[in-house]
Design a protein around this ligand. Structure first.
Ligand code: MGD
Ligand code: MGD
Ligand code: MO
Length: 590
């Protein structure tokens, strides 16, 4: 039985950092199906599971998965189905956690009826699922998306607690695993060596911030904040140097980011495209694309190494990031230190030599460089003897302890409890988010926005390309809505709507679709930010970047991560003329 929180969306496994030799998700999951596995997709969106898996669909209100899992845990305890031997051998803190589940410590038993009121999932569905999960070999999978929510730490800890109660961690096909399908190759058999990469160097400035707190840091230099048990202060950032990322795509509450961005004195950006980040820079260094340089592709989750040859010379004055940084290092008098005396080809040959050495340590041989460069790709044989996650630990927790303070799976953590965070207490907990369908705010903004990863591109990359543009509706980003929610608003396919809340507004094109649960709308990330009035905080985004709507707060003081998926909105028909899309227009050259 494969229970998938957030599903295993096929679209996401098209991507893998470092590159992909073969796409394995469909093959792997259909092989499971053919051997008798059955699937449960727990998600607000049905097609997060591939149709051919024939998954049962359970659709809790977004962000309420922990309540649902607590009800499963409650059923196991009430019916005496939890694996007490496993809990005693491999975990600590079960008694404390169980006191919370049964309500012994807070007077609120986390029963299926309690969870039904929160999640909307029928109590009997949860009871039956809990019993089935202990009766069969059960794997709990969770996509990475659930962490992108307020208190997004909790679902993962709770999933581990539940898997521990079922007692199948370390067994083939049992236990838990995160991020299957969130990228290609999660769960692939892999070799224990890493492919070579450029040295990272070390920054003379040791200070850093959690990346999702960038607007806070710019707006409140010197202000204190909590992070993972530490008390810290935001640095005073005067100069922004951004390379290889698009904050005007990825950051939450873009209007707030625009205000914050102005606090810096200078902004320098490496970009290949005239996108919103380039438009918000003082100095743009045009960077060539991956297709305009020599490179090597290799991934920790793959067993290939590939030669990447350019398909064209860089356009105009564009240069590779490496050349840009090498020249800057030269101006700072550190060219040799930076380049170690190598140019592009020198590094590629060096990487390959190191890769050959590492592979040789495992008794395999890579061809010489010239043959490799010509052949284009070398695939190593499939690694053998792969063990299920935590198998060694479970076999002998005494001699193979985990890296936790107790060496066990901690269902209560003294360390985390010691931080004293009410937004991340010492055991997995249901914590009410600010924005969800049960909030008072849902009276004004009754739709929960899921802004997931786009099927037609990687984040905002190549939104200007033909594939991404072919998916737009009258040039706007599609928004999927349940037929009943569309009917209530008199909307049908192809209508253009204004999506809004107190933070911002954007246009979108309607797709009526019963794969999205009622009360939820789905709009992928990645449409280039295209304000009606550039520079104006709060301007309508003509195009459909959902991050003009999302909240810019940390998941908790522990993680301080993005909470894009805790977001309420309302939609209404767009009246009047449709403003033209201008975000793809090149700059005027002087
Ligand atoms: N095609 C494509 N592939 C990608 C990317 C891309 O941009 N495009 N990005 C890559 C990157 S960097 C990452 S991090 C991964 C991300 O991988 P994921 O985090 O797995 O991807 P998402 O598509 O954001 O989310 C998956 C599904 O989770 C569901 N979901 C959202 N909120 C909740 C909730 O509260 N409860 C439950 N049960 N389900 C919820 C949504 O229905 C959503 O479709 O994808 C990678 N792969
Ligand atoms: N609402 C919402 N927001 C999200 C998410 C969500 O689920 N919902 N997901 C979050 C996640 S998981 C992620 S990973 C982020 C992704 O956010 P980003 O990583 O910022 O998104 P990208 O669009 O991939 O940005 C990469 C940029 O680098 C440029 N680029 C590409 N190749 C090169 C190169 O060789 N050199 C240089 N210099 N530039 C290059 C591209 O043109 C592009 O502008 O978004 C986050 N934001
Ligand atoms: Mo990501």
């Amino acid at each position: 039985l494969i229970v998938m929180f957030g599903g295993t969306p096929h679209k996401n496994a098209q991507v893998g950092s470092g590159g992909i030799s073969r796409h394995l998700l469909r093959e792997g999951l259909t092989a499971c199906r053919d051997q008798g596995a059955s699937f449960v997709c727990i998600s607000p969106i049905r097609d997060d599971a591939m149709a051919e898996l024939d998954a049962r669909w359970i659709a809790p209100r977004p962000n309420t998965d922990v309540a649902l899992m607590l009800a499963l845990a409650h059923t196991l305890i009430e019916e005496g189905l939890h694996d007490q031997k496993f809990l005693a051998r491999c975990t600590t803190g079960f008694e404390r956690f169980a006191g919370y589940v049964t309500g012994a410590d807070d007077g609120v038993p986390k029963t299926p009826e309690w969870a039904q009121a929160i999640s909307g999932v029928p109590a009997e569905t949860m009871r039956a699922l809990a019993r089935e999960m202990v009766r069969r070999r059960t794997m709990i999978m969770m996509s990475w998306s659930l962490q992108r929510a307020e208190h997004g730490e909790q679902p993962y800890w709770m999933a581990i607690a539940l898997a521990a109660m079922i007692g199948q961690i370390g067994l083939p096909g049992g236990g838990f695993g995160f991020g299957y399908a969130s990228a290609n190759g999660v769960g692939n058999p892999v070799y224990p060596f890493s492919w070579p990469t450029l040295p990272q160097g070390s920054n003379a400035i040791a200070d850093s911030i959690p990346v999702a707190r960038i607007a806070d840091a710019l707006l409140h230099p010197g202000a204190p904040y909590d992070f993972n048990g530490e008390k810290r202060r935001y640095p005073d950032i005067r100069l922004i140097y951004w390379a290889g990322g698009n904050p005007f795509h990825h950051h939450q509450d873009i209007n707030r980011l625009i205000a914050a961005w102005r606090r810096s004195e200078t902004v320098i950006v490496h970009e290949s495209w005239w996108n919103a980040t380039a438009r918000h820079a003082d100095i743009v260094l045009p960077a060539s694309t991956a297709m305009e340089r020599n490179d090597i592709a290799s991934s920790a989750r793959d067993r290939m190494i590939a030669a990447c040859h350019p398909i064209s010379a860089p356009i105009g004055e564009a240069r590779s990031d490496y050349e840009i940084f090498a020249d800057l290092a030269g101006l700072l008098g550190a060219r040799e230190t930076f380049t170690e005396g190598r140019d592009e080809e020198g590094w590629i040959r060096h990487f390959y030599t190191v890769a050959r050495q590492r592979v040789a340590e495992y008794g395999m041989e890579l061809p010489d460089f010239e043959s490799f460069w010509q052949a284009g790709i070398v695939t190593l044989p499939e690694p053998q003897d792969q063990k299920p996650l935590l198998a060694e630990f479970v076999a002998d927790p005494q001699t193979q302890p985990l890296k936790t303070p107790s060496g066990r799976i901690e269902l209560f953590s003294e360390r985390i409890a010691g931080f004293g965070y009410d937004d991340c207490p010492g055991h997995p907990s249901w914590l009410v988010p600010r924005e969800w369908l049960g909030a008072a705010l849902a009276e004004r903004f009754p739709l929960h926005l899921i802004s997931n990863q786009p099927a037609s591109k990687l984040h905002s990359q190549y939104d200007n390309g033909a594939l991404s543009r072919s998916t737009k509706i009258a040039g706007r980003e599609p928004l999927r809505i349940h037929p009943e929610d569309a009917r209530l608003r008199g909307l049908s396919d192809g209508d253009i709507v204004r999506v809004f809340n107190d933070r911002g507004a954007c246009l979108a094109g309607i797709v009526v679709c019963d794969a999205v649960m009622q009360g939820v709308v789905q709009m992928a990330t990645g449409a280039w930010y295209d304000p009606l009035e550039p520079g104006l905080v709060g301007s309508l985004d003509k195009h459909g970047n959902p991050n003009v709507l999302t909240q810019d707060r940390g998941s908790s003081r522990l993680g301080q991560a993005t909470i894009a998926h805790s977001c309420l909105v309302e939609i209404e028909r767009h009246e009047g003329e449709l403003p033209p899309i201008t975000c793809y227009e090149p700059p005027t050259l002087i």
